[in-house]
Design a protein around this ligand. Structure first.
Ligand code: HEM
Length: 138
């Protein structure tokens, strides 16, 4: 029961975090095509003031719930070494933890990313993470 509950929380939190990144990278960036620069900045900020209240925290919930899931499903490492499931899950966890650290640095310490400053980078990582989360069971 606990596992299913945490797994559900994990899915909801990544829906919110990933959902914002899809909306930003697929739609909000297009506002420039129909708005002038001043209008674009104003329209974007009118959305971002609400995003900042929710999305960074959903990322942190995704990371914490993910860590619990990881310890629950990773399993023993056999004498033959890591299985393909363990390798892909580890890559997924490292990419998720990287996003988590970026988010925590930005939100709580005001440390902006040194590289890949735009939202396109986390967007591309989310796509890789979702792919890994499905292919790791093959
Ligand atoms: C922050 C970005 C993250 C995203 C977008 C993400 C996304 C996902 C998705 C889409 C699933 C598949 C859900 C399903 O098919 O049922 C999943 C499952 C999982 N995630 Fe994450 N995740 C993230 C971070 C993490 C982190 C940081 C960890 C571990 C440290 C983690 C560990 C897991 C585990 C173990 C599962 C498998 C659960 C299962 O299938 O029972 N995730 N994640």
């Amino acid at each position: 029961m606990t596992y299913t509950l945490i797994h559900t929380i994990h899915i909801f939190s990544v829906f919110i975090y990933g959902g914002f990144l899809f909306t930003d990278n697929l739609f909000m960036v297009k506002m420039k095509q129909t708005l002038n620069e001043e209008e674009d900045i104003k329209a974007r900020e009118s959305i971002m003031i609400h995003v900042r209240k929710v999305v960074p925290y959903s990322l942190m919930v995704a990371v914490v719930s993910g860590l619990y899931l990881f310890w629950s499903v990773f399993g023993e490492i056999s004498k033959d070494g890591l299985s393909s499931f363990q390798i892909m899950l580890s890559i997924k966890a490292i990419l998720g933890l990287w996003l988590g650290m970026r988010g925590i640095n930005q939100k709580f310490f005001g440390i902006q990313p040194w590289i890949f400053k735009s939202h396109f980078f986390p967007f591309s990582l989310i796509i890789v993470i979702i792919m890994l989360s499905q292919f790791m069971y093959l």
